[in-house]
Design a binder for this molecule. Sequence first.
Ligand SMILES: *[C@@H]1O[C@H](CO)[C@@H](O)[C@H](O)[C@H]1NC(C)=O
Ligand SMILES: *[C@@H]1O[C@H](CO)[C@@H](O)[C@H](O)[C@H]1NC(C)=O
Ligand SMILES: *[C@@H]1O[C@H](CO)[C@@H](O)[C@H](O)[C@H]1NC(C)=O
Ligand SMILES: *[C@@H]1O[C@H](CO)[C@@H](O)[C@H](O)[C@H]1NC(C)=O
Ligand SMILES: *[C@@H]1O[C@H](CO)[C@@H](O)[C@H](O)[C@H]1NC(C)=O
Ligand SMILES: *[C@@H]1O[C@H](CO)[C@@H](O)[C@H](O)[C@H]1NC(C)=O
Length: 921
Amino acid sequence: MASQISLPLLLFLLLSISSADDSAIMTKLSTSLSSPPPDWTGTSYCQWSGINCDNSNKVTSISLSTKSISGSLPSEISQLSQLKTLALQRNKLSGTIPSFANLTSLQEIFLDSNDFTSVPQDFLLGLPNLHTFTLSDNFHLAPWQIPGYLIESTNLGTFAASNSSIFGTIPDFFGSLPTFQHLRLSYNNMTGGLPKSFGGSQIQDLWLNNQQSGGLSGGIDVLSDMSQLSQVWLHANAFTGPVPDLSKCENLFDLQLRDNLLTGVLPPSLTELPKLVNISLQNNKLQGPFPEFKSGVKFEVEKTKSNSFCLDSPGPCDPQVNVLLEIARGFGYPRSLAESWTGNNACDKWTFVTCDSAGKSVTVLNFPKQHFSGTISPAFANLTSLRNLLLNENDLTGVIPEILTTLNQLVVLDVSNNNLSGPVPVFKPTVRFTSTGNPFLGKNIGGGDGKSPGTGSDSGTPAGGAPGESKGNSTSGGMIAGVVIAVLVFVGVVLFVSYKCYVKKRHRRFGRVQSPEEGKEMAIGNVMTSNNGYGGTKSELQSQSSGDHTEMPVFEGGNVVISVQVLRQVTDNFNEKNILGRGGFGVVYKGELHDGTQIAVKRMESGVMGTKGLNEFQAEIAVLTKVRHRHLVALLGYCINGNERLLVYEYMPQGTLSQHLFECQELGYPPLSWKQRVTIALDVARGVEYLHSLAQSSFIHRDLKPSNILLGDDMRAKVADFGLVKNAPDGKYSVETRLAGTFGYLAPEYAATGRVTTKVDVYAFGVVLMEIITGRKALDETMPDERSHLVTWFRRVVINKDSIRKAMDQTLDPDEETFDNICRVAELAGHCTAREPYQRPDMGHAVNVLGPLVEQWKPSRPEEEDSYGIDLHMSLPQALERWQSDEGTSSMNDISFGQTYSSIPSKPSGFADTFDSMDCR
Ligand SMILES: *[C@@H]1O[C@H](CO)[C@@H](O)[C@H](O)[C@H]1NC(C)=O
Ligand SMILES: *[C@@H]1O[C@H](CO)[C@@H](O)[C@H](O)[C@H]1NC(C)=O
Ligand SMILES: *[C@@H]1O[C@H](CO)[C@@H](O)[C@H](O)[C@H]1NC(C)=O
Ligand SMILES: *[C@@H]1O[C@H](CO)[C@@H](O)[C@H](O)[C@H]1NC(C)=O
Ligand SMILES: *[C@@H]1O[C@H](CO)[C@@H](O)[C@H](O)[C@H]1NC(C)=O
Ligand SMILES: *[C@@H]1O[C@H](CO)[C@@H](O)[C@H](O)[C@H]1NC(C)=O
């Protein structure tokens, strides 16, 4: 309401600022520095040393690094509207850092090695072009946290703030910024773990060492999915668990893991990393064989014996030690075992272990009440002298390995009071076997989440996950489908009616304020977000005006209100010929902005949808402003005007996966190759995994299907249409008030009860996989009844390799290796569409299965956009401008072209020096 009044005022202010030159601001800057450069006198500030201006005398860069300047920065800097570069590193500046909010041109801020004392809260808000930010070595800063709104700075490549009093956790959005590469946060007070979303990110250097406040904690598994890593400094923290397999990190040259609480056996691939030069591991609790690195690798050896390797030099461990370590692996290498199980003789005072009188063979393992989680390793069966095995009162899951029945000496086996499942093995009558207190034991739960090592229980045939179930399907697939649909319709009607009432009540709380002039509208963001119950960061609360300005900053910042006039213009008044497609909630048009950028405009059908559409619309905006990921379609702007509701998306030139799979003949597309299909599947899995694991809140898509999967010119996929996304609660499931989705992709429990979990998306993903394999639609009315429902048919028919060959899309014509991959994807599809939600894996598992299949085809030439050290998100003129402005400031070259720096690590210069002296001691 206040913004209604201040809109004209705001515009006036903006205009008056931009018409004045920067003279007053620069004079102010000159006086607040206590020792400015000698030539900073007079009024021709564009000639002052270190200053660059554009044609209209607006300051574009201020470069004064290493000039012994003291004093402070005036808040007026925030009015240098054309400022692109601010380089003030290595001086003695102090005081509060001024706010840079809304300096939309700003690309680089270098403030490291100064003596600033505080950081204003919103100082980096609204900087869509920010590429580099450095603030390291400002030791006297008051404690601050990394602001979450930086997710809006989608061009961010470098965030370096070591030794600068940061506390709190590492925000997870860094992993989703498409060009983010350098994260340097050493010597702060940060806590918590590595965000899961870092997997699949472009991050190259990850400097998180020496957190002062107890350190970062949790496992470091996510490193194995960060394939772009080159330098990893995690030393002097409190990380736990084993070192993951890093064989995907082919560029890793520097791995600092010393002084943590890491346990477990090192993955054999660690010593084979092709680029590895420096590695440190001392002061952990690592177990198993001492590693032997290639010559040329600088491996910091133990000064005092600080790990739990079986020997002090390379060489194999004793076989019995190996077996016990394999058992420990089942428990996730708990710290208690890592501390006590040292040396190469398991009979030498290892806790929980008792040996025979000769001191050779383990006879008793006593693990009750140890809070062990994980699984019971089949390796227990290798301890052939084992008599007593006590595992009671722990948190073990998975199955009791059948092979334990081969232990001939076994007398006592107690697994009571855990959470074991699966079949109960039959032991000899001489074994005293106790298994009470495991509610799921004897019920077939299958392989769990597939993560538990060594259970060996999930190697069934593609559709063989649950044999009893597929039998049920085959006898009465059609009947079940009928019942499901009937229930669905009934539930739908009931829910729709109650939903209507609900919406009527809620609707009054929405607000949309018309500005005084016709055709200019204001969307009040906070009203929308509060309706959806999202936390709502500052950036979502911004209200923005719009008008007929053709200079509308459509691509700057998060969501932007765009006037309906502009959208009419770019779509040729929503001309039929620009229609890209029609969805359940509206029509999508193609548009072209004056600068040639192509966009997709989704126009909601207001008449049809009524209030439901409005709700949908608001849900979509609120979600999309939060969500940024390479494999999710980006929302560029939106518009509300009367009944008109429009969303502006990035344009995906190759249309939908549905078109490529089912209509390629009509549309003249070549059929998708298997490589393209599996790559698309992986992209989708990554996108959905991101949705599911978003740090603050998890999202469920609920309408995943090929027509919501869009393709770019490189045939890489992005998931679209979050209109149905609902914020998932913290708990495992929610009972939804409304059913949404598309027949053919609905998980059975969702259709029957409306209960929504992330497993609903996993199911739909499984259906998409089946469509990708077979080229057939999820529901095909033209087929005979028993074949019309793809899932039922697929799970029944595809039980061996021969039938897969018959069922798959006949355009594929695979060679042996490719066919093998198809079978694996078919198997995954089977798991994903398991009847019970808990039998389905999570999306992370799908990513893990599909990842290696795509890798096999990786071209020898690097394919990703960031591989050349040139930021392709810049236009050519922008890039040229940047190179010019960088000339003469040699210390910045390293940073502007981060890739250059990291590919010649032996010659760090300038910026990097600071860190070498700081961290490598
Ligand atoms: C930045 O712009 C937004 C919206 O235009 C406004 O609400 C906010 O006050 C501005 N911040 C500053 C520091 O100027
Ligand atoms: C942190 O920065 C200060 C200068 O601000 C420097 O004196 C100190 O050595 C740095 N600490 C580390 C650990 O590098
Ligand atoms: C960081 O933590 C250390 C140790 O707990 C403490 O001495 C220091 O004051 C903290 N610094 C800040 C800026 O919070
Ligand atoms: C390896 O570490 C040594 C000393 O710690 C350092 O001098 C050298 O530059 C490092 N090499 C690389 C490639 O990081
Ligand atoms: C256990 O025994 C099996 C069969 O003899 C063998 O393949 C396996 O490597 C052994 N496991 C360990 C950890 O020694
Ligand atoms: C036990 O396992 C089942 C599935 O196997 C799971 O649903 C349940 O939450 C687990 N219970 C506990 C207490 O961990």
